[in-house]
Design a protein around this ligand. Structure first.
Ligand SMILES: [Zn+2]
Length: 410
């Protein structure tokens, strides 16, 4: 039997998603630009735009600013950022962040709270839910929340958005997605993802990796996380645990790791290790990004101990990157979090290890860069993850969400 090709309806749904994704990621665009970029004719673009406008996802406007030409101006298709939004959450080692992010990636509003090391999961859920509800209350009357996602520094089971392992937060098995969804009471599931996986999505969509479909994102804080984009998609593995680059062993028999193993990349290049090498472990208030920056600054000023510490950490990081380059042949490796500072301080050492540790062919074109989204990679990635459903099938998803409250399945 021959397989049926895509129906007209499938094609339309695909095109609606493609157009919406384009203005979501690249910003407002004229019909002419859309036609050219998406390879569709003007009348198709007009029909798709009309459907998306009727659904309240985009609006057409006269172009703003100095780009206007004389004559009849071409209308610009703009995402409805204040009417269509997602909730994005970040659980960090030291902070909790909640944001309302509009279509187009506009952060409409955000709340941030310090997380005291040792707070339990119920406290975290309570703080996040209360913050999110106050943001939702401030949204416009006709605004619709189309998704919610959370970034977490640990391993997360994709099937049920449950935490499996969060060593740096002392959280073991916990159904974080379900618990937060229930406390929010919006009738929406909350997707939970590894924070560095989200960082990879964010840098690919809006940061240093735009246009590069094979990239690796490495994120450092207390631990080291990783995210792999292959052929434009996040490589999540069989159950969602993929990309744990921080637990790749680079130094067998090396320093003990929070996971129970030894010589993991995380154990050799994490915040605590750098501070230990630099003899700054015991200094009061010496932890986090500021402490890592202080070591890099001291090395820049010629401090021998700081230089040696960066050199050691840079060597292990170089081995890690060399292994990744050999296995995955990325076009780009992006360093975020504390690894951004470490990369800036140890780039020469990392490149020198890469020159001998990686095969010549995959090494030739690989670029090493710092994250473009700074400290918001996780949050931006969570928003992108939360938008995925509506971008895949805009009209259906919105119709379902706008349906009267009592007809929804709870
Ligand atoms: Zn480990």
């Amino acid at each position: 039997m021959m397989r049926a090709g895509p129906s007209q309806e499938d094609v339309r749904r695909h095109n609606l998603g493609t157009l919406l994704r384009f203005v979501h990621l690249r910003g407002p665009a004229s019909r002419a630009t859309l036609a050219e970029s998406l390879g569709l004719n003007r009348s198709t673009i007009m029909a798709l735009t009309a459907d998306l406008t009727a659904a309240g996802l985009v609006r057409e406007e006269l172009p703003r600013g100095p780009g206007r030409r004389a004559g009849r101006p071409s209308l610009v298709v703009r995402p409805e950022s204040t009417r269509v939004y997602v909730l994005a959450f970040e659980v960090g080692v030291d902070r909790l962040v909640i944001a309302r992010v509009g279509l187009g990636g506009v952060v409409l509003d955000r709340r941030e709270a310090a997380r005291t090391r040792g707070s339990d999961p119920a406290e975290i859920v309570g703080t996040l839910a209360a913050g999110a509800r106050s943001l939702v209350r401030k949204s416009e009357r006709d605004a619709v929340c189309v998704g919610a996602a959370l970034g977490f520094p640990g391993t997360v089971r994709r099937a049920d958005d449950a935490i499996r392992f969060g060593p740096n937060l002392d959280i073991g098995d916990f159904p974080l997605g379900d618990a937060l969804s229930r406390r929010l009471g919006l009738g929406l599931p909350v997707s939970v993802c590894n924070d560095a996986n989200l960082g990879a999505l964010a840098e690919h969509g809006r940061g240093a990796g735009v246009g590069c479909d094979n990239l690796i994102y490495l994120h450092g804080d207390v631990g080291v996380g990783g995210g792999i984009i292959a052929h434009g998609r996040l490589l999540s593995g069989d159950e969602g645990y993929g990309g744990e680059i921080g637990h790749m062993v680079v130094n067998p028999g090396g320093r003990p790791c929070a996971c129970g193993s030894r010589g993991c990349l995380e154990a050799e290049v994490g915040e605590r290790t750098l501070l230990a090498h630099a003899d700054r472990e015991e200094a009061p208030g010496q932890s986090g990004r500021d402490a890592v920056r202080a070591v890099v600054d001291a090395a820049d000023r010629g401090d021998i101990v700081a230089r040696e510490a960066l050199h050691r950490v840079g060597t292990w990081l170089g081995f890690g990157v060399a292994n990744l380059v050999n296995v995955l042949n990325p076009g780009l490796v992006v360093f975020g979090g504390t690894l951004r500072d470490i990369y800036l301080g140890a780039a020469a050492q990392i490149r020198s290890v890469l020159a001998t540790g990686a095969l010549a062919a995959p090494r030739e074109k690989v670029r090493l860069r710092t994250a473009a989204l700074g400290d918001d990679t996780t949050l931006v990635g969570a928003a992108e993850f939360a938008f995925a459903d509506v971008l895949a099938d805009p009209i259906q998803v919105l119709a379902r969400l706008r349906a009267p409250e009592d007809s929804r399945v709870h």
